[in-house]
Design a protein around this ligand. Structure first.
Ligand SMILES: Nc1ncnc2c1ncn2[C@@H]1O[C@@H]2COP(=O)(O)O[C@H]2[C@H]1O
Length: 218
């Protein structure tokens, strides 16, 4: 959730700041810590591990996002872990300061919008997991990752690994590798070094209709 404008200024007025290295566990699943973090620099993954060690990726935290709200609101344990993808910096407030901020209508309004976005995203994923094939889930996930609107060429740099994509769409790496090869054969994406090039979102979206009818661009 992006915290902007007045709500961000209110948060920063009570916040402490700290830097972290790549791989730092900013939040540990089931922990009792209840601080709320605002990402200032760097990115992080919201994730959980099954008892067998399988990773599920829920979301990506980018600069400007607020994370760690649930425990601060209900006093419960952390719902997931949040792990830094690279070196970065956060601002954090205590659960008591967060509760105080929540009594300010402007701040509470921003948090309500956050929960609406979270519920919409979760509903979309439950729908996808319940009804769609891996093939369709993968294309939808790639379209979400290609955040830029419009239909020009798009670049994911660095490209997400097949393992990461599998953790995002609740499948295994082999299934993702198979589908990525199929999409490359169709000419709707291309691996270029460490990045993934998508010439057209519309053509990638058309791959949702499956079939092998899409031809590589000349
Ligand atoms: N499905 C999800 N999508 C996005 N963010 C989440 C999701 N689940 C948990 N989080 C965030 O990750 C945080 C982990 O700590 P909290 O449970 O305190 O608060 C959680 C939310 O801020």
């Amino acid at each position: 959730m992006q915290l902007t404008g007045e709500a961000r200024a209110m948060f920063m007025a009570s916040a402490h700041q700290r830097s972290h290295p790549a791989g730092a566990e900013l939040i540990r699943e089931a922990d009792r810590d209840r601080r709320v973090f605002l990402m200032l620099a760097g990115e992080a993954d919201v994730l959980a591990h099954s008892p067998e060690g399988r990773m599920v990726l829920f979301s990506r935290v980018v600069p400007g996002d607020l994370v760690g709200i649930l425990a601060a609101i209900d006093g419960g344990a952390r719902s997931t872990s949040v792990v830094a993808r690279d070196a970065g910096r956060t601002a954090w407030v205590s659960p008591q300061d967060f509760q105080r901020l929540m009594r300010e209508p402007d701040f509470a309004g921003a948090i309500h919008l956050h929960f609406v976005g979270l519920i919409r995203g979760l509903s979309e994923r439950v729908y996808e997991f319940g009804t769609l094939l891996v093939r369709e889930r993968l294309v939808r996930e790639l379209l979400r990752l290609l955040a830029a609107p419009g239909d020009g060429p798009h670049l994911l740099d660095p490209a997400p690994s097949h393992m990461e994509l599998a953790a995002r769409i609740a499948t295994h790496r082999e299934a993702v590798s198979r589908e990525m090869s199929r999409l490359a054969r169709l000419g709707v994406l291309e691996r270029r070094g460490r990045s993934l090039h998508v010439p057209s979102r519309a053509r990638l979206a058309a791959a949702l209709d499956t079939g092998e009818q899409i031809r590589p661009e000349p």
